[in-house]
Design a protein around this ligand. Structure first.
Ligand SMILES: Nc1ncnc2c1ncn2[C@@H]1O[C@H](COP(=O)(O)OP(=O)(O)OP(=O)(O)O)[C@@H](O)[C@H]1O
Ligand SMILES: [Mg+2]
Length: 299
């Protein structure tokens, strides 16, 4: 299994402002979900790992090789789906993949074979000869995955691959990622916690360029034990509470509101403790930035 070691990476686009700072992580397989608000540094990190951007500080090693000095070894084994992935609308799916494959140095029968394999993997083999301009947004995203898979990468990096997908395409996407995860290292960024729940074994939370929390999804849930509460309030009480707590659900039913919120203390005498969802654990951990410094694994 391949190993990616990121050591104290920092990136400054402009003087005095770090888009990414002191980021260290070791990855040796599975699916890593990178979560963080807009501008947290996700794309910056992923572009550094894809060797498209040089860090200002730090090192990256891929199977023991220094990636910044010798990027070729990683590049050969890399598949990358950028956040702003675009296609040539006038090409058919097969023509587009041929073009990208040739750019990656694949040729002839090997390239034809790989194109059929990746089209099967993303379930577009029956659409191979359709022009990309006739594809839905979800199908374009799948072509994006297909082009990144042409060289059968060991390291697969996807930057916000699920944005704008409808529920059926989202499910489809999750199935593709799960089918790919054996013997590959997959890094994907997302704003959607349920993506993490469905696909990732490990999660990294990034905030303002800092690694804020990392661990397994079950460790994230464990760190947020006894943080989630369920409560039904009348509308006036709800309005009083809403600015003081982070709510995960609020559903109005007539004059009452059914809600769930996160809090380290009981927020209301009627509140009932419930098992947190991953989304609630995320809300809790990111809301308690001071506490989180002591949120080291308790075991
Ligand atoms: N080329 C650039 N020049 C200057 N600043 C940049 C550049 N690219 C990114 N930044 C800044 O670096 C920070 C991190 O940006 P980045 O795109 O990595 O965040 P992100 O987590 O991917 O955000 P999003 O969720 O919106 O995609 C932001 O403050 C951004 O404005
Ligand atoms: Mg981004």
């Amino acid at each position: 299994m391949s190993v990616l070691v990121i050591d104290q990476i920092g990136k400054q686009y402009e003087k005095k402002r770090w888009a990414l700072q002191d980021f260290s992580l070791r990855l040796d397989g599975g699916v890593l979900g990178l979560v963080g608000p807009n501008g947290a540094g996700k794309t910056t990190l992923l572009r550094i790992l894809a060797t498209l951007l040089s860090p200002t500080r730090g090192t990256v090693h891929w199977n023991g090789q220094d990636v910044l000095r010798y990027p070729e070894a990683l590049r050969r084994e890399l598949g990358y789906l950028p956040q702003d992935f675009g296609v040539y609308p006038q090409l058919t799916a097969r023509e587009f993949l041929t073009y990208i494959g040739e750019l990656k140095g694949l040729r002839g029968p090997l390239l034809s074979r790989r194109i059929n394999t990746v089209l099967e993997q993303v379930n577009l083999i029956d659409d191979a000869n359709r022009r990309l301009r006739t594809f839905s947004g979800g199908m374009v995203r799948r072509i994006g995955i297909a082009q990144a898979l042409l060289n059968d990468p060991r390291l697969f990096i996807l930057d916000e691959p699920t944005v704008g997908l409808d529920p059926a395409e989202r499910l489809h996407f999750r199935e593709i990622i799960s089918s790919l995860s054996a013997e590959r290292l997959i890094l994907l960024s997302t704003h959607i916690i349920s993506d993490i729940e469905a696909m990732a074994s490990e999660v990294v939370l990034l905030q303002q360029g800092h690694l804020f929390w990392s661990g397994t999804t079950s460790a994230l849930l464990a760190d947020a034990q006894e943080c989630a509460w369920s409560l039904t309030l009348d509308v006036a009480d709800f309005e009083r509470l809403r600015d003081d707590y982070r709510m995960s659900i609020a559903i109005r039913r007539g004059r009452e509101v059914d809600l769930r919120l996160v809090s380290s203390v009981r927020p209301h005498p009627d509140a009932i403790p419930v098992d947190p969802t991953l989304e609630e654990a995320y809300l809790f951990v990111t809301n308690n930035s001071h506490d989180s410094l002591t949120l080291a694994p308790q075991a």
